[in-house]
Design a protein around this ligand. Structure first.
Ligand SMILES: C[S@@+](CC[C@H](N)C(=O)[O-])C[C@H]1O[C@@H](n2cnc3c(N)ncnc32)[C@H](O)[C@@H]1O
Length: 244
């Protein structure tokens, strides 16, 4: 079991919602392009595997894509499960607007519904969704225990919660060098370098797998399974709302 690093204990990344909204507003126009560039295209596969982990069954399941950003996950859910309907939520309108435009372009307005909302106050009744997914979002949520318990609250009994997230770098030196120097440098050429410095800090600060598993359990998840998708950098965490 790895232990959390020091910056994880001090929580030095700025997750203040106002600052975060400003930051994601600043990067919205270049978000997709930089995502694919900085991950060398690996992000497509990570999202695909996270979406597959939803394992949707039954007629017209309803899925929540929280912190949906520009809606890549919602679109992937719609493609993989053609009978699913998806509510795509984010608290940054600039990101959500880009997502809504992509949903329109793909002709999926009848199946994907964008909503401006925060993960810490999800505007739906208990037991609404068959499954929920949050990709590269929970790291940014200011009150993670609250965000996770909201995600569990809106799941139907037995529903799945899929969390795709960076993990604190396992290959410490290489990943740290990439996150601290390469990432802001490349991002600075195309977008806002400050935003990508935040991204690097927030990855280093994020709890390791064991601690995140405890957070999921405390939020009410059972049958938690964690899988490293990219050694030492990206983890898929899957949990369930209990049947009772
Ligand atoms: C790194 S992006 C991930 C977007 C998308 N899920 C993806 O896979 O590309 C993080 C998103 O989380 C959103 N976000 C951060 N904190 C949030 C919160 N508390 N509630 C809702 N959305 C939040 C941001 O606005 C941003 O669009």
């Amino acid at each position: 079991m790895r232990t959390g690093n020091r910056s994880c204990e001090t929580g030095n990344a700025d997750r203040n919602p106002r600052a975060l909204r400003a930051l994601f507003t600043a990067v919205a126009a270049r978000y997709d392009f930089l995502n694919h560039l900085l991950s060398l295209g690996l992000d497509f596969g990570w999202r695909r595997r996270a979406v597959a982990a939803l394992r949707l069954k039954g007629e017209a399941p309803l899925v929540l894509d929280m912190a949906c950003g520009t809606a890549d996950v919602a679109l992937a859910v719609a493609r993989r499960f053609p009978w699913a309907r998806i509510v795509a939520e984010d608290f940054t309108s600039a990101m959500l607007e880009r997502g809504a435009e992509k949903i329109r372009r793909h002709g999926l307005r009848a199946r994907i519904f964008p909503v401006l909302a925060s993960c810490e106050a999800i505007p739906h009744p208990d037991r609404t969704f068959n499954a929920a997914i949050i990709a590269f979002g929970i790291r940014n949520v200011e009150n993670r225990p609250k965000g996770l318990s909201e995600l569990v609250r809106v799941l139907k009994p037995g529903g799945r919660l899929v969390v795709l997230e960076f993990s604190p770098p396992g290959w410490r030196l290489l990943c740290r060098a990439y996150c601290r120097y390469v990432l802001p440098l490349v991002a600075g050429r195309f977008s806002n370098p400050h935003a990508y410095r935040y991204l690097a800090r927030s990855i280093e600060e994020f709890p390791d797998d064991a601690r995140f598993r405890s957070l999921m359990r405390a939020a009410g998840c059972v049958k938690i399974v964690q899988k490293r998708l990219f050694p030492g950098l990206v983890t898929l965490h899957v949990g369930h709302r209990p049947h009772l």
